[in-house]
Design a protein around this ligand. Structure first.
Ligand code: ATP
Length: 266
């Protein structure tokens, strides 16, 4: 199957500093691909460059066959790539519903009131807790709820490819498991996902394939089920405790946590 997102030989950076040194990766339709790596490896830089927030210095970025490298972000969003940024970046003084409606502003199809209301309802069906809090100010939400709101806001833009930057950041393990299961649900619903995570264990629990970035280069790549058993990954990112049974266990735990956590996320 041809890649939906195809990054080849991409370099990018800030000022005189080159952060990405010719990375290549692809995301195929319907996949969850994890981009893993330690602090400062260049994961967010990769997402920001794909979104046109940072220029590509060399290399190519193709989405559905067409070049998007260094195109204006608005055009990239119109093509169907939507970023859920690190630390969520909700509009705190606005309600949950208003934050979600902001997500739809970027759409090329200019939906009317009825279509927007239907899309809001779809998000609240997906994230019932957000529905209960639709008129609450975003800044008053818990961390887990804020992450859900940030994802729902992105979904209002009707993405063909969702780019998630560290959705687990700052959340308790049970809430992380719940968010991961919701991300897996999105994929089951047909969404394609590029998932940036420092938490390799949870990301490998839901991803099909993964790439490991080390100081701006791809150090390892492969199916998630293989990587989770790789001794180098276990040593560096899984605290040396990864086993072949981990992936299955993670999935079961995530599934259970999704239901158990319904009343815990506040
Ligand atoms: P983290 O999980 O900490 O966000 P990351 O893998 O996403 O890590 P990046 O945020 O992409 O890493 O950062 C990669 C490198 O680029 C780091 O050395 C960082 O200091 C540098 N960097 C990031 N943003 C900027 C910026 N706006 N200006 C200058 N340097 C930056």
């Amino acid at each position: 199957m041809p890649a939906l997102l195809d990054i080849a030989g991409l370099s990018a950076g800030y000022g005189r500093t080159e952060v990405l040194h010719g990375i290549s990766l692809e995301v195929r339709q319907g996949e969850i691909v994890a981009l893993l790596g330690a602090n400062g490896a260049g994961k967010s830089t990769t997402l920001n460059t794909v979104m046109g927030l940072l220029p590509a210095r060399t290399g190519e970025i193709r989405f559905d066959g067409q070049s998007i490298a260094s195109r204006p972000t608005r055009e990239i969003v119109h093509l169907g790539l939507v970023l859920v940024p690190e630390r969520r970046q909700l509009f705190g003084p606005m309600t949950v519903e208003e934050n979600l409606l902001v997500g739809a502003y970027a759409r090329a199809d200019r939906p009317g009131k009825a279509a927007l209301a239907a899309d809001l309802d779809a998000q609240f069906a997906l994230f019932p807790r957000l529905g209960e809090r639709r008129r609450q100010l975003a800044r008053s939400l818990s961390g887990g709820e804020q992450q859900m709101a940030a994802i729902a806001r992105a979904l209002m833009a009707r993405p063909r490819l969702l780019l998630l930057d560290e959705p687990s950041l700052g959340l308790a393990p049970l809430i992380v498991a719940q968010i991961m299961e919701q991300i897996a649900d999105l994929r089951r619903g047909g969404c394609t996902i590029l998932l940036v995570e420092q938490n390799a264990r949870v990301a490998l629990g839901i991803a099909d394939r993964a790439y490991v970035l080390e100081t701006g280069s791809v150090a390892l790549a492969g199916p998630a089920a293989t990587l989770i058993e790789n001794p180098a990954i276990q040593e560096a990112y899984l605290g040396g405790q990864g086993t072949g049974a981990d992936r299955l266990e993670l999935r079961i735990r995530a599934r259970a946590a999704k239901y158990a956590a319904r009343d815990v996320v506040r």
